[in-house]
Design a protein around this ligand. Structure first.
Ligand code: SAM
Ligand code: SF4
Length: 327
């Protein structure tokens, strides 16, 4: 079992398989050149060796992310390798869904339980504006295909002022109609995002929803950062639940159970802390002894609290890119 210096059990690892992406979302990597290629991404079979070791140490939940993970053409094989080694692991994937129609069946066959899909608008022009790609029809086909295959679907929306805030209720209703989960994520400031962007805070997101629905706070998501609400009075088991992730207001650190592995082989024990442990050489050499000791070091180094507050100081905005850490 992996227990850090503050007695937290670490059993969740996010694995970023590439920094590369086919979108250029304004809050993530708007200025990265279109032809950017991730030349430092590790071969996935090498990464798998480390993942198996992490599972042996107590990792029970793995989320594959990026950049855009579906750009790795051998992704399904990689996920299948994790599943074959440990079918009990909860295996999820975060994607922009642009390539989902093509890969949904392969992901399902490989053992993926659930897919988190970033969807910031239901309007074509807006998706084009936010992601710099005219992608909505293809995204919707991907969602449809995954749904047809009965893959669990959760939508992630980042509400932005004067960009998509008027679609919060539409997104909620879209999710409700199709029995998808939905999470509204506060925009997290970082130096790579377009600097004119302003995100909505949790209370503002709720205010939009409250223009049409009564909401009830349910409870904090078990081992997750979202606060869950239901539409209605909360007494009906079938009431629709949605989540809001608000790093500006909530302190997730006490119950944090996760670490992140980047595509170039670095473990980031905390999203908002510059500390990291480099496993690249050990992963490439498949040196299990070194990997074990580096994993233990990363867990030991996991800070008690993030440096989010310092990051809110404009001169100290987070330099860590979401497309690097995987979000
Ligand atoms: N490309 C995939 C996608 O977009 O789902 C996976 C990687 S993306 C970095 C993972 C998540 O990070 C997405 O849900 C995205 O909305 C979120 N994200 C990226 N930049 C963010 C920011 N500045 N604030 C809040 N969420 C952000
Ligand atoms: Fe790509 Fe995801 Fe970042 Fe958008 S949020 S640019 S889809 S990595």
């Amino acid at each position: 079992m992996l227990i850090d210096s503050f007695q937290r059990t670490i059993d969740y690892m996010r694995v970023s398989v590439t920094k590369q992406c086919n979108f250029r979302c304004q809050y993530c990597m708007p200025d990265t050149p279109d032809d950017f290629i991730d030349k430092t991404a590790l071969p996935l079979p090498k990464m798998l060796t480390f993942i198996k070791l992490a599972i042996d140490n107590g990792i029970k939940k793995i989320r594959i992310t990026g950049g855009e993970p579906l750009l790795r053409t051998d992704l399904c094989e990689f996920i299948g390798g994790i599943y074959a080694y440990a079918p009990h692991i909860e295996l999820t994937l975060t994607t922009n869904a642009f390539l989902l129609e093509k890969y949904a069946q392969g992901l399902k066959d490989a053992g993926v339980n659930r897919i988190n899909i970033s969807l910031d608008s239901l309007k074509s022009e807006r998706i084009k504006h936010i992601s710099k790609r005219d992608a909505l029809p293809q995204i919707l086909r991907g969602i449809h295909k995954a749904n047809e295959l009965k893959l669990g679907i959760k939508l992630n929306m980042v509400p932005l002022k004067s960009v998509n805030e008027d679609e919060i209720v539409d997104m909620l209703e879209f999710a409700k109609t199709h029995h998808f989960g939905v999470r509204f994520i506060e925009f997290m400031e970082n130096i790579h995002a377009k600097d004119t962007l302003k995100g909505l805070r949790a209370n503002e997101i709720l205010a939009h929803i409250n223009t049409k629905y009564t909401t009830t706070l349910l409870k904090k998501e078990c081992f997750g950062p979202a606060k869950l609400y239901t539409i209605g009075n909360g007494s009906n088991d079938k009431a629709f639940a949605f989540g809001i992730i608000s790093p500006h207001e909530d302190d997730f650190c006490q119950s944090c159970n996760r670490i992140r592995l980047t595509s170039d082989g670095v473990i980031c024990p905390c999203l908002y802390y510059q500390e990291s442990v480099n496993l690249r050489e050990a992963i490439l050499q498949e040196d299990t002894k070194a990997l074990q000791s580096l994993l233990e070091k990363a867990i030991k180094n996991k800070p008690e609290k993030n440096q989010w507050e310092q990051n809110m100081n404009p001169s100290l905005l987070s330099t860590r890119a979401f497309y690097y850490t995987g979000g």
